[in-house]
Design a protein around this ligand. Sequence first.
Ligand SMILES: [Fe+2]
Length: 219
Amino acid sequence: MDIGNFLKVIHRQKGDNAVKKRYQRRVISCGKIEVSEGEEDMSRVRQFIKDFFAPFYALDEFFISQYLTEEEMHYFQKLRRAERLHAIEVAKLTEATLKAIPEKKITEKRIHSIMKAVLLHDIGKSRHALGPFRKTFMVLFKGTLKKPGSILAKTKAGDIYLNHPAYGRDLLEALDTFPEDPYLYDLVLWHHEPEKFLEKYKGLQETVFRAFRKADDLN
Ligand SMILES: [Fe+2]
């Protein structure tokens, strides 16, 4: 993606100037929309720090209310504040990135479903709260955690760390969240296993997934 094009399109876009300015720099860094393991690990460090400062950040209730139904909101509110803040940041950056891709026109209706998916991608964690220390512990021992028969995987924290994407997909399917865009169930299911999603989906769905993953890594 040509960065100059990104800029031109962002400037042409109508909308909230403050939001535009804030996300412009980050949208550019999404230009290549490639995801690396290293970035994912770095984002864990950032998330750990942000976790402590979560009470000092305002939650953009208006943004969430534009996309989630009352039922979806019920589960969203069960997430820890830091996770809700993270989901909102990822959704806003994904939205800005997708709207800035000139050759991939995505309709407002499609963006609406994508925003739901991004806001709810970690909704499986609403089953059981996982604080910053336990989350970091799981990241440090993820190798052990993924070994067959791991005792750590049988703990509540281990179970949520490993299986929250599947729990999230099951919940959203039960709520019938994406009747017209069923690929978004797979986006939630495979948000930590990009190779599986990218093997199954190409074209616009691949672009959506890459934009979301990049935004997730940057937050
Ligand atoms: Fe996740």
